[in-house]
Write a protein that binds this ligand. Sequence first.
Ligand SMILES: [Zn+2]
Length: 137
Amino acid sequence: MKDTQPEACRIRTPDQLRELVAQRPSGPCRCGLQRCGVWDSISDVDWPAAHMHCVADLRDPDIAEPSFEEYHPRGTRYSSADAPVALGYFPTNRCEVHRCTRCSRHWLRYTEFGGYYVDHRVRELLPDSIADLPAPA
Ligand SMILES: [Zn+2]
């Protein structure tokens, strides 16, 4: 865990993740990400860092290179709106969870590294999308 984010907690089970996002906002999103689709690219310029608070780290510190295996038991794809959020599977296994201090929504964020760029991908984390499965041992 990084010293700069002492409040970010490790999440190991789907229930812990659900607990984290259990408090859902009642109002509309005002953080600028409301039109964000599933795993849209959000550059550092567009990311509202001033009111995003990293609350959890879904990466396993014991795994240097997380798997690229995806979890789609019901025929969804990477960018499907109803694709499950599965701990231990790509891309959830590379994500941090950020809470917006304006609208209280939770956002998953991970970074893809290209040759000369980094690409931040963002998706809203909804409780119903969290898959019930144990993290791979
Ligand atoms: Zn917001």
